[in-house]
Write a protein that binds this ligand. Structure first.
Ligand SMILES: NC(=O)c1ccc[n+]([C@@H]2O[C@H](COP(=O)([O-])OP(=O)(O)OC[C@H]3O[C@@H](n4cnc5c(N)ncnc54)[C@H](O)[C@@H]3O)[C@@H](O)[C@H]2O)c1
Length: 357
C-alpha cells in the first residue's frame, strides 16, 4: 500500500470536513509516507474538531490552507458541485489533488479542473476507491488476460437506501446545483465508473429516472440500457429507495465466461473452459459464498478506509515515479459523461449518443 522506496512524506490538507473529509485525514495518518497537516471548512467548528482529533492545524479559509508550504496534497471533500472551484485554486497553488467523486457535476466544470491540473503540472486522482477492491483488481486482470472472451453484457446495480433525513442532512444533497443529480450521480457513480472501466466506451444510452420515495429535486431511481462501442450491451441501475439497501453488484459476461462482483468481492467466477460438461443449456453455477461484511449499502459511514488508502497511496507513488495515477481525472470524466447521458435520455425520452457535445 505504500509507494516502495518513497523518501518523501507528503503533507495533506483537507478541504471540507463533513462525512468524508475525516476519512482523508485518517488515511493520511495511516500511510507511512503521508501525514495530515491542516484542514478548513466553511463551518469552522467542523474543521477545528477534525484538526484537534488528528493533531493538525485548523485554517480559517482555503487561501490560508493553500499558502502553507507543508501542504503538498489537497483532499477536495466539499459538495460535488464545488470540486472545480476548490480544485482549480489548489492546482494553481501547486498542490497535488485527491478529489472526491464525482470529479464534478458538469463536463464544463470537469474540463476546467482537468485544464488547471495540466497547466500547473500537478497530479490528480479522483476517488473511485472500488477500483482497488480485491474483486475488481482480479476482474481487471481476467479481462486483460482475455479470460472472458469477447464481452457481450455488463450490468451494474447499486440498490441502496437513504432516508429522507439523509437528504435533509445537507442542503446540497439531492439538488441539481450541487449534487448534480441523485442516486446515480452521487451513489451510483462508483459502479458507473467500474462498468465503464470494464466494458469500455459507450456509444448510446436509453434511460428512465424517477423520484420514488423522497422529497428531493433529483432522482432516487435511475435505470439505463447502454450500448458499448464494442457492440456489447449493458444496464445501469442506481437507487437510494430500495430498503434496506443491498450489496452493489457488477456482472460482466463474455463469450468465454462470467464474473460477478458483489460489494468488492468476486462471488461468481465461471469460465467455459473450466466446465467439462457444457451442454445445450449451459452449466450449473458454482458460486462462492461470502459473509455479511460492512457495506455502504445502508450506511455510508460503514465504508472501510482500505480502498481509499490504496488509491491515495497510488497517487503518492505516481508523484514519486512521475507517472499518471491508476485512476485519472479523464477516466472520472468518462463516468460523469455517462451519467449526464442517462439524465439527458430520461429528460428527452429517447436515445442519447456519446460523446456528448
Ligand atoms: N468516496 C466515497 O465513498 C464518498 C462518500 C461520501 C461522500 N463522498 C463525496 O465527498 C464529497 C463531500 O460529501 P460529504 O458527504 O462529506 O458532504 P458533507 O456535506 O458531509 O461535507 C461537506 C463539507 O464541506 C464543507 N464546505 C462546503 N463548501 C465549502 C467550501 N467552499 N470550502 C470549504 N468547505 C466547504 C461543508 O461545510 C461540509 O462540512 C461529495 O462530493 C461526495 O460525493 C464520497
Amino acid at each position: 500500500m505504500t509507494s516502495p522506496g518513497s523518501a518523501r512524506t507528503y503533507g495533506f490538507g483537507v478541504v471540507g470536513c463533513g462525512v468524508i473529509g475525516p476519512r482523508h485525514a485518517e488515511v493520511a495518518d495511516a500511510l507511512p509516507n503521508a501525514r495530515f497537516v491542516a484542514c478548513t471548512d466553511i463551518i469552522p467548528d467542523r474543521a477545528k474538531a477534525l484538526a484537534e482529533a488528528h493533531g493538525g492545524d485548523f485554517e480559517p479559509d482555503l487561501e490560508a490552507l493553500l499558502s502553507r508550504d507543508d501542504v503538498d496534497v489537497v483532499s477536495v471533500c466539499v459538495p460535488s458541485g464545488l470540486h472545480a472551484e476548490v480544485g482549480v485554486q489548489a492546482a494553481e497553488a501547486g498542490k497535488h489533488l485527491v478529489v472526491e467523486k464525482p470529479i464534478e457535476i458538469s463536463l464544463v466544470a470537469a474540463d476546467r479542473l482537468l485544464g488547471a491540473v495540466k497547466k500547473a503540472g500537478v497530479k490528480m486522482t479522483v476517488i473511485s476507491q472500488h477500483r482497488f477492491d480485491p474483486g475488481l483488481v482480479e476482474l481487471r486482470q481476467l479481462l486483460e488476460a482475455g479470460r472472458l472472451g469477447r464481452l457481450v453484457l455488463g450490468d451494474a446495480r447499486v440498490k441502496w437506501y437513504r432516508t429522507q433525513a439523509y437528504y435533509d442532512s445537507g442542503d446540497w444533497r439531492g439538488t441539481w446545483a450541487l449534487d448534480g443529480g441523485g442516486a446515480l450521480m452521487n451513489q451510483g457513480v462508483h459502479y458507473t465508473d467500474l462498468l465503464r472501466w470494464c466494458m469500455g466506451p459507450v456509444d448510446e444510452v436509453m434511460a428512465l429516472t424517477a423520484i420514488q420515495a423522497h422529497k428531493m429535486e433529483t432522482e432516487d431511481l435511475a435505470l439505463a440500457v447502454v450500448r458499448f462501442s464494442s457492440g456489447a450491451l449493458g444496464t445501469l441501475e442506481a437507487s437510494t429507495a430500495v430498503f434496506p439497501g443491498f450489496r452493489e453488484r457488477l456482472e460482466i459476461s463474455g463469450t468465454e465466461g462470467t464474473v460477478v462482483v458483489e460489494d468488492g468481492r468476486i462471488v461468481v467466477r465461471e469460465f467455459v473452459s473450466e466446465h467439462g460438461d457444457v451442454g445445450l443449456y449451459g452449466a450449473r453455477v458454482g458460486s462462492e459464498g461470502q459473509d455479511a461484511a460492512a457495506s455502504g449499502a445502508s450506511n455510508p459511514a460503514a465504508i472501510s478506509n482500505d480502498a481509499h488508502a490504496s488509491q491515495i497511496s497510488d497517487l503518492l507513488a505516481a508523484i514519486d515515479e512521475g507517472r499518471e495515477p491508476l485512476m485519472t481525472g479523464e477516466e472520472a470524466r468518462n463516468a460523469v459523461e455517462l451519467i449526464l447521458a442517462v439524465y439527458e435520455s430520461a429528460r428527452c425520452r429517447g436515445p442519447v449518443s456519446l460523446p456528448l457535445s
